[in-house]
Design a protein around this ligand. Sequence first.
Ligand code: ATP
Length: 357
Amino acid sequence: MVSIRLENLHKDFGGSVVAVDNLSLTFDEGSTTCLLGPSGCGKTTLMRMIAGLETQTSGRIFFDDLDVTKLKTRKRDLGMVFQYPVVYQGTTIRQNIGIPLRRENMTTAEKNERVDEILDLLGLSDVANTDVGNLDYATKQKVAVARAISRRPPIVLFDEPITNVDLTAKLQLKLVLKELFTKLKQTVLYVTHDQTEAMTLADKIALMRDGRVEQLASPRELYTNSQSVFAGRFLGNPGMNFLGKNDSSEIIAQLLGNRYTEQVSSVGFRPEDVVVSADQTPGAVPAEIEHVAIVTGGQHLVTLKSGVRIVKAKLPWHVPFTKTDGEHVWWSVPETKVRAFDSAEQLVPSGAVAVGS
Ligand code: ATP
């Protein structure tokens, strides 16, 4: 197991296109980190530099204490899986998995044992002797994964490996990959723009924006303790509700209580933390129901309108909700669930804004 450490890693493609912006951070050994972010934020460029497929403009890359910045890809001892499955045509699944082992210092028996083990891990034992030309897309990708890990490289890089797979196969592949990551404990970097995939697979998510890592944290931490407006908005379906000081200062003051200071520019709260009631409760805000929908998981997603402000509430499926469009209700959010952000759209730490601090 090895860690991946980036030291001021930077890549620009000339002019103003900065793909990776002076990154310094460490991906822990034996952990799975998903690089998550919108299109163009630099995920693939970062991964390609770690793989040695792209030359950095400046900065250094270390695998543990080894400086690999100038090493060619084949000297970096990596496995790689791409968006499109790479398999060797005209061979069977078993042969495909065995190819990377050809030059390994192992006996034939050891190689066979390794291939059997990988076949088993990926649930491919029953089809081991099938020609890869006869496989569906998802199984081909499984073979590509199997080949990437058969040598047991300490680092494996995945670039959107299940983006093109159909939904049913996607769920199955996610389970297989999760099991694989847990069992093999390789250091895995996994590029995706799909937050559900990242939430399912990652020990940590590196949320990227404009070539920088906005937040590196466990999926739960990233969701419940979003450190910026961007993180709050990007994660969740729908993302956090935000109210700005310009048009909602009274509501913000109400929601934050004594945490409201000059430093606060907006507040955010998750739709599932919004409490909707038919009657007025202390501190609640009046609203008209604009729309009610049932979403995945059976929850009610209620769109509320308070003046010009729109607030989304996601209500638990087991709590009956009979109100419909046009009816008047009250909404509130427990104070501990309300996040305060400054004018740079960064979280204002609770302690820092407490009155009298
Ligand atoms: P996507 O999810 O769409 O693949 P990404 O997050 O992986 O996006 P990158 O592909 O790394 O982002 O691109 C980061 C930035 O660098 C983008 O602005 C992209 O247009 C630019 N870029 C990437 N490769 C090149 C290149 N070879 N030449 C010029 N610009 C590039």
